[in-house]
Ligand binder design. Structure first.
Ligand SMILES: Cc1cc2nc3c(=O)[nH]c(=O)nc-3n(C[C@H](O)[C@H](O)[C@H](O)COP(=O)(O)O)c2cc1C
Length: 351
C-alpha cells in the first residue's frame, strides 16, 4: 500500500504516510507539557504513525487559545517537550514535529467562549475586528509588534530544535493570527501588512524566512493553511494556490490543507474527505507536496487519496484519538511493514 511507502522531506525520512494531526489538548500549566501529554503523544508514536505533530503551541503567552495551551517561549517548556521527543525517538520509528501558533483575536478563550477581563487577556489582530459580535475588540498590532512576533516564532523554532523536534509546522489556518492577516475580511490594514495579496501574506512569509534560517537539511518546514474560508470576498482556494506556489519557492516542504475558521457562521458542508479537493488542487497546480486532513477515517479512503495523487501525507485527528494504533493495526491486517513495540510482539495480527 502507498500508505506504507516512506516519504523523504529534505533529508528526513518518514516511514509511512500517516500523520497524527495537531490537536489542542488544553491540559498544560503555564505552557508546560506534563504526564498527560507524554502518554498522549508517546502512545501515537508507539502506534506506528510516520509523524506525530504536537498541538498548536503558543510562541508567546497571549498567543495561546486558552491558558491551558502548550507554549514554547522558555526553557522549562522546551524541556517538558524534550522528554516526549526523546521517548519517541528512542521507542518508535515515528518522527515528531510541533505546530507553532498564535491565536490572535481568537486567543483568551475557554470552551470557545472569550474569557472575562479578570481571567483572560487582551487579544491582538491585524485590525480592530472581533471574530464574532459581542466579543471584545482586539488591539491592532503595530509594525514593531509584528516584527517582534516574527522573532518569537523564530525563537520558538530554536527551542523546538533544541528539544529535538524533527519538523516545524507554522499554523496559518483556522482563523488564527496568521490566517487573520491573510484574509481581506479580517485584515483591513493600510500599511505594508494589509491591502494587496502581497501585503497580506507578508507576515507569514517573514515568519517562514525567519524559521527557515533556523532549520537545516534534516528539519522540514510545513505550513497549515485554510484552503478556503467559505466566504464571499474572503480567502479563497485561488489565493491558497497562489500562496502555496510562493511557499514552495520559499523552501516550505509541505502545505497541510485544512479549511475555515476565520468567519463566524460560515456555511461548511461536511462529508468524508471534504477538504481533500483543496489539497489536491494545490498539489496539482503548484507541485508542492500536500497533506490531506478532515474526516479521513479509513485506510481505504487514505489509500485512495494517495493513489490519486491528491496528497502526499494523510493527517488524522479524531480517528487517532479513538485508535492510537491505527497505523500498525492496518499494516498488520494488510501484511505491510510498520513499527509495533517489540514488547508487544505476541499480539501481532497474523494475516
Ligand atoms: C480536539 C481537537 C483539537 C484540535 N486542535 C488543533 C490544533 O491544535 N491545530 C490544528 O491545526 N488543528 C487542530 N484541530 C483540527 C485537526 O487537526 C483536524 O484538522 C480536524 O479535526 C479534522 O480532522 P479529523 O476529521 O481527522 O478529526 C483539532 C481537532 C480536534 C478534534
Amino acid at each position: 500500500m502507498k500508505l506504507y511507502q516512506p516519504l523523504c522531506l529534505r533529508n528526513l525520512e518518514l516511514k509511512n504516510r500517516w500523520v497524527m494531526s495537531p490537536m489542542c489538548m488544553y491540559a498544560a500549566t503555564d505552557g508546560v507539557a506534563n504526564d498527560f501529554h507524554f502518554v498522549h503523544y508517546a502512545s501515537r508514536a508507539m502506534g506506528g504513525v510516520g509523524l506525530v505533530i504536537v498541538e498548536a503551541t503558543g510562541v508567546v503567552p497571549e498567543g495561546r487559545i486558552t491558558h491551558k495551551c502548550l507554549g514554547l517561549w522558555n526553557e522549562e517548556q522546551a524541556n517538558s517537550l524534550k522528554k516526549i521527543v526523546d521517548f519517541v525517538h528512542q521507542n518508535s520509528d515515528s518522527k515528531i514535529g510541533i505546530q507553532l501558533a498564535h491565536a490572535g483575536r481568537k486567543a483568551s478563550t475557554w470552551n470557545g467562549v472569550q474569557l472575562s477581563d479578570s481571567e483572560g487577556w487582551t487579544t491582538v489582530a491585524p485590525s480592530r475586528i472581533p471574530y464574532q459580535s459581542g466579543e471584545k475588540m482586539p488591539q491592532q498590532l503595530t509594525i514593531e509588534e509584528i516584527k517582534n512576533l516574527v522573532s518569537y516564532f523564530k525563537n520558538a523554532a530554536v527551542l523546538a530544535l533544541d528539544a529535538g523536534f524533527d519538523v516545524v509546522e507554522i499554523h496559518a489556518a483556522h482563523g488564527y493570527l496568521l490566517h487573520q492577516f491573510l484574509s481581506p475580511l479580517s485584515n483591513t490594514r493600510q500599511d505594508d501588512y494589509g491591502g494587496s495579496f502581497e501585503n497580506r501574506i507578508r507576515f507569514l512569509l517573514e515568519i517562514i524566512d525567519a524559521v527557515n534560517e533556523v532549520l537545516d537539511d534534516f528539519h522540514p518546514l510545513f505550513v497549515r493553511i485554510s484552503g478556503t474560508e467559505y466566504a464571499e470576498n474572503g480567502w479563497s482556494l485561488e489565493d491558497s494556490v497562489e500562496l502555496s506556489q510562493i511557499l514552495k519557492s520559499k523552501n516550505v516542504d509541505l502545505v497541510d490543507v485544512s479549511s475555515g475558521g476565520n468567519i463566524h457562521g460560515a456555511r461548511i458542508s461536511l462529508f468524508d474527505g471534504y477538504q481533500v479537493p483543496f489539497a489536491s488542487e494545490i498539489r496539482k497546480k503548484t507541485g508542492v507536496k500536500t497533506g490531506a486532513v478532515g474526516l479521513i477515517k479509513t485506510a481505504e479512503q487514505a489509500e485512495e487519496i494517495l493513489v490519486n495523487d491528491d496528497a502526499d501525507l494523510i493527517f488524522v485527528a479524531r480517528e487517532i484519538l479513538r485508535n492510537p494504533y491505527i497505523a500498525s493495526q492496518i499494516a498488520q491486517q494488510n501484511g505491510e511493514n510498520c513499527y509495533f513495540p517489540k514488547e508487544y510482539s505476541r499480539a501481532i495480527l497474523k494475516k
